[in-house]
Design a binder for this molecule. Sequence first.
Ligand code: ATP
Ligand code: ZN
Length: 306
Amino acid sequence: MADDALRAAFDELRGRLIEAGHLIPCGVDGVYGKSAEYERVWAGVGAAASRLAAPDGPVLCSFPPLLPRVTFDKVEYVRNFPHLSGPMFSFRGDDRAHAELIRRLDEGQPYADLLQQTDVAFTPACCYPVYSTLTKAVPPGGIVFEHHSYCFRHEPSPDPMRMQAFRMWENVRVATPDDVLDWRSTWLSRFAELFDRLGLDARTDIASDPFFGRAGRLMAQGQRAYQLKIEFLVPVFGESEPTACASVNYHLSHFGELFDIRTADGDAAHSACAAVGSDRCVVALFQRYGMETDTWPSSVRAVLWP
Ligand code: ATP
Ligand code: ZN
């Protein structure tokens, strides 16, 4: 699709979501308030994913959408995705520096150089907070976590599917390579079933993360070559521009080695995560079935609110 046509499609869908009150614009692309009905759909998507996960007995946990800076740096987020990153800055100066800050604010001048980096960063994905809590050996048979939270990525866009603050639902499996690979294929089937029952016409594709720059392109090629990331793409803006609404990611022993997480036999644990872009699924459902959930097919309503 030509850029102009795609931009018009973004504006059209975002306009309808805003007009219906489902998205409440906050003055910057990709940051929205949500209607009660939107939140009801969002909760239904998460609950449907949780029901699929239930046979694994995941450990439910909740983390704030912040990572300690040490973890943020350890997972090399700024190195690999500087353009998406959200390290947090605040003021630590004295009275003189504060006076200067006030002066700049009064004059509408930039003040970033008066701020200093804090010990936290916005988390860009739901699974990062989990690994640093797993410094011991995982039990025989491994472990599965379930986590749902807001994430931040600096990617302002008029596309209502691409937010700066968005929610992700994830299950994370940490175990031996065989167990993790089995679990990954189970989730490929579960997501196919979920999107099928929601009538969202998803297809899978091998994908890569948006690593920055030339070195990043090599990392992305490696990720593709080993099929480490598989996305579920929904044709919200047409078949030629499908949007990832979920992904299944295999990290090999990357996080096991980084955080010294061991399996019962002492080897570095392998890990994988199954992630649903829960806000993206909500927007895809409104686009597919219209702004009034009362008129949605009963089969879809039954998946969300059984
Ligand atoms: P994309 O390729 O579209 O940028 P991604 O591959 O970077 O997405 P993942 O890191 O796999 O995304 O994140 C898991 C899921 O979170 C995605 O499949 C998607 O549904 C959702 N997601 C990612 N980025 C955003 C965003 N900016 N706004 C809303 N949802 C998002
Ligand atoms: Zn993940």
